[in-house]
Design a protein around this ligand. Structure first.
Ligand code: DHB
Ligand code: FE
Length: 299
């Protein structure tokens, strides 16, 4: 049977890629950046075969005239999207269409009407976390299943709906008969607003609360309304609802590995948290929290 071996919440701000590279080469000495690459190493220790990557498209593949609420890839591979500067020079992402169809066939009858994409280009919401977690390999070491969520055009799905979809995806994964190791990655956030009067809005108190409660009491985060997310985390910080899909797929009882929080990366608060089901058969070696959740110097 399939096993869910890891859950990760991680920002997808494009500037994270260069920031992680700068930290790795010693050009950036902010020790908090290390949390992001540490989570990549931690993820490799859990030996995933497939990643379910929950992200949002930013108008690259779904024009604003045609935005599905939830869309899942069901292809054998996915290309990195052209976001205006040509297609980025990244290897294509291998898919697992069989597992995609198992998820679709499991959750649609439960009432989660996913849009099925047999062809899908994935933008920075997907490719930034992949780069942060795996670097830029010649070939990606895992298969992927992209799950795109509308967090850009109102009305967006509620946090509770996202959490409930995650629970349905968790049930689907656990009922998959093949012996595959699956990690679930929720991307986006943390607090940020890229436009309007509150452009530059960052809310470290809310981000710290979110990093803690996504582990210990996700129901309280699921009960917040979308206007509350926008008020607290900013119009784009509302991307954080995607972490609840990841959290819903895991067991109620999880253990955390690593977490980290950096402000700002570009205009965005960036965070990462890694967790495993408490009953997981193969624990990742690193369970200590290497990066403090405080970033006092930057405050
Ligand atoms: C930026 C883009 C994002 O999609 C995001 O979530 C955060 C920041 C940016 O372009 O700076
Ligand atoms: Fe985004």
């Amino acid at each position: 049977m399939a096993e869910i071996v890891a859950g990760i919440g991680i920002s997808h701000v494009p500037a994270l890629g260069p920031a992680v590279d700068a930290a790795a080469t010693g050009k950036d000495t902010n020790p908090l950046m290390k949390a992001f690459t540490d989570v990549g190493s931690w993820l490799s220790e859990t030996k995933p075969d497939v990643l379910v990557v929950i992200y949002n498209d930013h108008g690259a593949s779904f024009s604003f005239d045609l935005v599905p609420t939830f869309a899942i890839g069901a292809a054998e591979s996915y290309m990195p999207a052209d976001e205006g500067f040509g297609r980025p020079p990244l290897p294509e992402y291998p898919g697992d269409a069989d597992l995609s169809w198992h998820i679709i066939d499991s959750v649609v009858p439960e009432g989660f009407d996913l849009t099925v994409c047999q062809s899908l280009d994935v933008d920075h919401g997907f490719s930034t976390p992949m780069k942060v977690l795996f670097g830029t390999p010649e070939a990606w070491p895992v298969k992927v299943i992209p799950l795109a969520v509308n967090v850009v055009q109102q009305p967006t799905p509620s946090a509770q709906r996202c959490y409930d979809l995650g629970k349905a995806i968790g049930r689907a994964l656990r009922s998959y008969p093949k012996d595959v190791r699956v990690a679930v990655i929720g991307t986006g956030g943390m607090s940020h607003q890229l436009q309007g009067e509150r452009a530059g809005h960052i809310n470290p108190d809310f981000d710290q609360r979110f990093l803690s409660e996504i582990v210990s009491s996700p129901e309280s985060l699921a009960s917040l309304s979308n206007p509350e997310y926008i008020n607290l985390a900013g119009s784009e910080g509302a991307e954080l609802v995607m972490w609840l899909i990841m959290r819903g797929a895991l067991d109620d009882d999880v253990e955390t590995g690593l977490s980290g929080y950096v402000i700002p990366v570009a205009n965005t608060a960036a965070g990462v948290v890694a967790m495993q089901n408490a009953g997981s058969t193969q624990k990742a070696a690193s369970t200590e929290n290497t990066a403090a959740l405080q970033n006092a110097a930057a405050l």
